[in-house]
Ligand binder design. Sequence first.
Ligand code: ATP
Ligand code: MG
Length: 385
Amino acid sequence: MKEVILIRFGEIFLKGKNYFYFENTLYKNIVWRLKNFNLKVVRTEGRFIVSDFSPNQKEEIIDAIKHIFGIVSISIAYEIDSKVEAIYQIMKEITLDNTTFKVEVNRADKKFPMNSMELARELGHLLLEQNPTISVDVHNPKKVVHVDIRQNGKTYIFYDKIECLGGMPVGTAGESMLLLSGGIDSPVAGFLMAKRGLKINAIHFHSYPYTSEQAKQKVIDLANIIKKYTGDINLYIVPFTKIQEEIHKKCDDEYMVTIVRRFMMDIAERVAKTNNCNSLITGENLAQVASQTVEGITSTNKMAKDLVIFRPLIAFDKVEISKIAEKIGTYDTSILPYEDCCSVFLPKKPVTHPKLDRVEKNEKELDRELLIKEAIDNIEILHIR
Ligand code: ATP
Ligand code: MG
């Protein structure tokens, strides 16, 4: 009996003219994600089938597949030739105990000699005879035995559909630049936008020695965790110390945070544009902290002149964000206590409603272009593979 994994991508992108582009990208993503396993991936009749893998790698392969955006569900199935005797033979090997069940037949191959109703009835009888403790429940069965007779001459027999992440295949929406801090929010923001098809690059601002090597390592670790969903990430580490020192020296204390954030956004957009990104992503969230008031966000927003900024968490509560962080596996790393550069030289009372004229007046004290150029020239690029 040959075991295979059926991959369904549902009908989310079946409608548009770009269907083949989406399907093709998903196919490439699956092949790429499973490149370290010895196996075959074929497309057939609106789904993918993974086969010829070693049984002891099955769980690992399933886990990898469950992380791929664009996949709606999978099933572990037996693949056999579409012959009545072969289907009966498999049914004889199925053992069920103390459960209710039904057999559901889907016959895409209209040349198959029995129709769906007939076959379902016959197979149901067979299972009842063999398994005295089970009973049929057509409305609410605990187990559904699916028999899927495809046009390729093969039949697939399986019980369960395992729900996957859904979303769009990574890459179908182009590339984006995620402002990745070591906190809880930004990795979740990256995860959510990758789910809509964006390929993720990340940028991190680091103020060594005010922030530690561990703080940087934490960001690398976070990138390594979300990589399981997003695919490879180019991580741009920007040395931010000099900029923060200059702001601290020359600008009003209460405006520090606002100005720091504006530098981040400005640099992020420049790096994004030179690296073919079509957008920026942040973990910003309305009213979460002093800098995330409407005025605070408006003042950072102004720095991105050409690219849209996606803020997928803008309306989420922290509890909701934390739940997603736990689900995707970033939470435990995010709560490690290493300082982010935003907490360096933190004023006692940061302004919550920054006035744009005062922000700009403060910034005139700085040689912005020179500071930005120096920072960008000294970026360290890490390839999170
Ligand atoms: P997070 O949990 O993602 O750190 P936060 O609640 O701590 O978010 P802020 O510190 O106000 O929020 O940061 C808002 C957003 O700004 C972050 O979600 C992130 O996108 C970006 N950001 C903050 N600090 C950095 C940094 N050092 N490098 C890159 N981006 C940053
Ligand atoms: Mg933070």
